[in-house]
Write a protein that binds this ligand. Structure first.
Ligand code: GLV
Ligand code: GLV
Length: 325
């Protein structure tokens, strides 16, 4: 009998066909998330789970999934899954690293340019019929070319952002808890900086760390107060890395110039205050949202599930390696 797999949202591209060939699938037919309770109910007789970053896969879900062997997250970040509970039950957890790196770095640059050059504000102004002719002072922003970019988290995505910065003649400072080798620094053309120094020197600060207990509220009131008044904050990583109410205070009191966000502390809720401020660019968690990348991510998910449930092998994108030791 085919293994049973629950898919919480229909995936794009050919991956669904591949999964259909191998498994007895239960696919959420709606274009909206399942509730936590629905996942708990539906997981009971499933061998595999394909879930989204917006699904909270906590110990209630994991303990309800008595037959569960794999949780395949359709995302690179996996802070939505209780890794501890899964590992205790020897359930494989997988993610989709690598394929979305460049796509997310592209969006990061888009957000940098949108916020510093006020592109979204200016577009809105024009659509409202307010453009009455060229003006010397219309939508003055700040330059990106030649500025200092502070990258917090120089993993795959942070490095892809650093590579793009070269074309803009940007000086890149990075912070990581453990400094990278001289070779990698040279190759990327980046300089290490302790966090506080980076915050003081950067014209643009961009976040590329996973959300873990040690990065929760990494940027809060103190850190925001170290930033230049002319600086911008970009977050395409995870909302809770930034203390959102401290960010709102800093934006209101002009302690920083602006921010561009793809992720929110209380996602999918976005604070009304963030929305009402003119110096924010806000997009709905679309970092990896290109057609090509989302299809590649879906194929990775399918391959991970097939490895575990059909081939009985460690999946290519295993996160909790200890379960195979
Ligand atoms: C998106 O946020 C991801 O983690 O893939
Ligand atoms: C995620 O892909 C990262 O390592 O930045």
């Amino acid at each position: 009998m085919a293994s049973k797999v629950l898919i919480t949202r229909r995936l794009p591209g050919k991956a669904m066909e591949l999964l259909e060939q191998h498994f007895d699938l239960t696919v959420n037919p709606e274009d909206q998330n399942l509730t936590h309770e629905e996942i708990v109910q539906q997981i009971r007789d499933m061998d595999g789970l394909v879930c989204m970053l917006s699904d909270e896969i906590d110990s209630d879900v994991i303990n309800a999934g008595k037959r569960l062997k794999i949780i395949a997250n359709y995302a690179v970040g996996y802070n939505n899954i209780s890794l501890e509970s899964a590992t205790r039950r020897r359930i494989a957890v997988t993610n989709t690293p690598g394929v979305l790196t460049e796509t997310t770095a592209d969006l990061t640059f888009g957000l940098i340019l949108c916020s510093t050059r006020r592109i979204v504000e200016a577009d809105k102004f024009l659509r409202e019929g307010k453009f009455k002719g060229w003006s010397p002072s219309l939508f003055l922003g700040t330059d990106v070319y030649g500025k200092v970019l502070g990258i917090i988290g120089l993993g795959r995505i942070g490095r892809a952002v650093a590579r793009r910065a070269r074309g803009f003649n940007i000086k890149v400072l990075y912070y990581e808890p453990v400094r990278l080798s001289n070779d990698i620094e040279k190759q990327l053309g980046v300089d290490y900086s302790p966090l506080d120094e980076l915050l003081k020197k950067a014209d643009i600060v961009t976040l590329h760390t996973p959300l873990t207990p040690s990065t929760f509220h990494l940027i809060k009131e103190r850190e925001l107060s170290l930033m230049k008044r002319s600086a911008y904050l970009i977050n395409v990583a995870r909302g809770p890395i930034v203390d959102e109410s401290a960010l709102i205070r800093a934006l209101k009191s002009k302690e920083i110039a602006g921010c561009a966000l793809d992720v929110y502390e209380f996602e999918p809720e976005v604070s009304k205050e963030l929305i009402s401020l003119p110096n924010t660019v806000l997009v709905p968690h679309i970092g990896s949202a290109s057609k090509e990348t989302r299809e590649r991510m879906a194929m990775m998910v399918a391959e991970n599930v097939i490895s575990v449930l059909i081939k009985d092998q460690p999946p290519p994108n295993l996160v909790n390696h200890e379960i195979y030791r």
